[in-house]
Write a protein that binds this ligand. Structure first.
Ligand code: GTP
Ligand code: MG
Length: 281
């Protein structure tokens, strides 16, 4: 299969992680002749199959988060995860990114150099929850962390904050195991609110945002951070007072489990007295 990436060869340089040994130089020695229709069809087929493995990678991570969320809620009477979303990069965006970054447009090129085909975004209420969820996830034996970028401890100059993890999860296919890379972004609700507004503005102004707006966004990011810490302080105070509350499931139920079982047995006693032949379904 020829490398179908046209244009100059550039290598994405990424420091402080394992990406540097992710393979050969992008575009190096590329065969730039225009491919045959059959080759294009074959490549498309291969890329579609590859993208499917990323969808399975998302499914694996979503299941992990959903289990943590449910178990945490049940055991601790607390939910550290407000919302979880995912997105699979479209074939169109994959091709565009290969072109932009000089990544060979081949399954291996994408596998080795593109780390955001599969994306999962976890929104938490509080900053401490982000690190809690991070720890719970990364302590799982089948999940390998390839990279962590902490834009909460080190925000981007524009004010962007989030914790980014690039992880690898095994996906068991019919004939092999694929180790799929998934980008996980963890943020608070306030960080997410800020990022979606900034994203809209960035694209509205075709990446050339006027100075007064970048200044306002930076200020808004500081206000969002201050809201996050105030909310967390209040939450901690209330939690300390509320102390050992009953688990949500039990508190919300109309009957305690003991009452429920007592009712069950007394109903069974009454039904035991019922005339024979009465239907019990
Ligand atoms: P690419 O830009 O996709 O090549 O990724 P990267 O290797 O530069 O990673 P980076 O951590 O900069 O960004 C990855 C993702 O985080 C982006 O695709 C966005 O979803 C999000 N992100 C990063 N920076 C910003 C930002 O300044 N604003 C917003 N709204 N989102 C951002
Ligand atoms: Mg970037």
């Amino acid at each position: 299969m020829p490398d179908l990436t046209p244009g100059p060869s550039t290598v994405e340089v990424v420091s402080q992680d394992v990406r540097h040994d992710a393979g050969h130089d992008a575009g190096h020695g590329a065969d730039h002749r225009f491919p045959e229709a059959a080759e294009i069809r074959e490549l498309l087929d291969q890329l579609r199959r590859l993208v499917l493995t990323y969808k399975f990678g998302i499914d694996e991570v979503m299941t992990k988060i959903s289990i943590l969320r449910d178990e945490f809620r049940h055991m601790q009477n607390y939910n550290p995860v407000e919302h979880v979303g995912s997105r699979l990069k479209s074939l169109e965006s994959i091709v565009a990114k290969c072109r932009r970054k000089g990544i060979p447009l081949t399954p291996d090129g994408v596998r080795e150099k593109m780390f955001d085909v599969a994306g999962v975004r976890v929104t938490c209420s509080f900053v401490s929850d982000i690190y809690k969820v991070r720890d719970m996830l990364t302590n799982q034996a089948d999940l390998t962390v390839l990279e962590e970028r902490d834009y909460i401890a080190h925000p981007k100059p524009n004010g962007y904050k989030s914790l980014h993890l690039i992880v690898q999860v095994p996906v068991y296919l019919s004939d092999r195991v694929e180790h799929v890379i998934v980008e996980i972004q963890l943020r608070t609700i306030a960080m997410d609110f800020w990022a979606s507004l900034e994203h809209k503005i960035y694209y509205k102004y075709a990446r050339d945002v006027p100075r007064h707006l970048t200044d306002s966004l930076k200020l808004a990011a500081d206000v969002a951070a201050s809201l996050d810490s105030s909310m967390e302080r209040i939450h901690d105070e209330v939690t300390a007072i509320a102390g050992a509350e009953e688990p949500v499931e039990q508190r919300d139920a109309l009957l305690t489990p003991e009452e429920m079982l007592r009712n069950f047995w007394s109903a069974a006693e009454v039904e035991g007295d019922a005339p024979r032949g009465s239907r019990q379904d």
